[in-house]
Design a protein around this ligand. Structure first.
Ligand code: UD1
Ligand code: CA
Length: 472
């Protein structure tokens, strides 16, 4: 339906009202830059080519778009002289196509169905142009779309240029058009800048089409979210809330349980399996994937993590580029940093931090531990308060803990060091040399007991003496 159509996405503006160093169209909604939404819509519609008109911070915008649309073309608008000027910039890049689908880089909610309605309206009326309109409660600031009784579009007048009677019209221009390409460039060659903003208005092509005896058609959009643009951060939050609502409800329909969808953040790049349960305040970001039957408890924040089927993540864990194996149990309050790979049925308990660490099947580190640059075999037990000393102030070094090794509590492992299979490290040991398989390693000063010392000098004795002195 859209093979002969070029999508033109206007994204050259600065977005002053965002008050940001970052270009507006790169601000994110559910983890996805604004400009990706129209780019994806164009792909969904299977248009012949997608052209993004860039200007402000053009390199950053181009780089971001290329990540998802390597075949997209870019047209450079050197100075932002109005929406008509922006479409003019896309003239070469759209050569050879019959129609243009004109979209805004800052309108993320538009659906393919609505664009198909524009297409249908053009066919039904044999019109060269369809403009998407809506009817907000407060039309201030928008261009008013003036139509005749048959719905033919006569012209669009910008708020700033409108008379009081025109301002009373509540039907406004959304900035989305499906239009015959020849008409656009023919009309734009005749559009001037004689208006209150001194800009080349794209909207002027509507009057020119009407004057030529081939009027366009106005198509109304009921759901204002579809045409809502982001101009400031408050609007960004409103649009985000709606998308979050829709996305979470789609996930629930597909078999995910959410205790409170309004307080569950699942970014658009995240994949969830069946029977995943998400408690309140969970945030899943980036390319996180979660397997079937996983439970993620309150306050867990995971970025680019992979959590396999049947795993349980207890409250308030932070995961970043970590891989949690099937049926593993993590948390509460664990911190899994990049390069963490937990095997099947492993356990990471409270206040445990891991980085560049692999744990073989069934191994456990249950309490208060730091494992960095560490390779742990299967069925090893790592006691409370174990610390891998992996950094000597210059370089990082590796610790190997072999299968079925038992590391006693409060152990330091000074890397590089290897703890052999089935060996035991006594509590409180500082391991500085490799431990052979099956050996016991202990490093501690021998304990000395002094008989009756406490009866003579201990705190109980001292306290009684003080009381006696005070009583005298
Ligand atoms: C435009 C319409 C108005 C409509 C409104 C809907 C015109 C003249 N007016 O007004 O009828 O109701 O959108 O939101 O078209 N852009 C460029 N280069 C430019 C100017 C704009 O790329 O030189 C881009 C902006 O980045 C933005 C889009 O075009 O993505 C719309 O521009 P904006 O300045 O917001 O247009 P409005 O004045 O709001
Ligand atoms: Ca605008």
């Amino acid at each position: 339906m859209f093979k002969n159509t070029a999508a033109v996405i206007l994204a050259a503006g600065k977005g002053t009202r965002m008050r940001s160093e970052r270009p507006k169209v790169l601000h994110e909604v559910l983890g996805q830059p604004l400009v990706h939404f129209p780019v994806q819509l164009a792909a969904e519609l299977d248009v012949g080519v997608t052209v993004i008109v860039v200007g402000h911070a053009k390199e950053a915008v181009e780089q971001s778009v290329r990540r998802i649309a390597p075949n997209a073309r870019f047209a450079h608008q050197v100075q932002q002289r109005g929406t008509g000027d922006a479409v003019n910039a896309a003239r070469e890049a759209t050569e050879g196509f019959d129609r243009l689908l004109i979209l805004s880089g800052d309108v993320p909610g538009l659906s393919a169905l609505t664009v198909e309605r524009l297409h249908q309206a053009c066919s039904d009326r044999n019109a060269p142009l369809a403009v998407l309109t809506f009817t907000p409660d407060d039309p201030t600031g928008y261009g008013r779309v003036l139509t005749d009784s048959s719905g033919a579009a006569l012209r669009i007048v910008e708020h700033k240029d409108a008379s009081p009677e025109e301002r009373a019209v509540r039907v406004v221009n959304s900035g989305v058009y499906l239009v015959n390409r020849a008409l656009v460039y023919d009309a734009l060659s005749r559009v001037g800048t004689d208006n209150s903003q001194g800009e080349v208005y794209l909207t002027d092509i509507v009057a020119l089409a009407h004057e030529a005896g081939t009027p366009g058609v106005a198509v109304n959009c009921e759901d204002h979210f579809e045409v809502a643009g982001v101009n400031d951060r408050s609007q960004l939050a409103q649009i985000t809330a709606r998308l979050q609502h829709d996305h979470n409800h789609a996930l629930m329909t597909s078999g995910v349980t959410m205790h409170d969808p309004s307080r569950t953040w699942v970014e658009l790049g995240v994949q969830l399996g069946q029977d995943v349960t998400l408690h309140t305040g969970v945030a899943l970001r980036g390319n996180t994937t979660v397997g079937a039957g996983v439970t993620i408890s309150a306050g867990v924040d995971a970025t680019d993590a992979r959590i396999e089927a049947g795993a349980t993540i207890l409250p308030y864990c932070v995961l970043n580029q970590a891989h949690v194996g099937p049926n593993a149990k993590v948390g509460p309050f664990a911190h899994l940093r990049p390069g963490t790979v937990l095997g099947p049925e492993t356990k990471i308990g409270n206040f445990v931090e891991t980085k560049k660490t692999t744990l073989g099947k069934g191994s456990k580190a249950s309490h208060l531990t730091y494992l960095g640059d560490c390779e742990v075999g299967e069925a090893a037990n790592i006691g409370a308060g174990t610390i891998t000393c992996n950094y000597d102030g210059v370089g990082k070094h590796k610790t190997v803990i072999s299968d079925r090794a038992f590391i006693g509590s409060n152990t330091e492992l000074v890397a590089p060091v290897v703890v052999g299979e089935e060996s035991v490290v006594g509590a409180g040991t500082t391991v500085t040399r490799d431990v052979p398989a099956g050996a016991l390693a202990v490093s501690r000063a021998d304990q000395k007991n002094i008989e009756n010392w406490a009866y003579k000098h201990g705190p109980v004795v001292r306290k009684t003496r003080t009381q006696k002195t005070q009583g005298e």
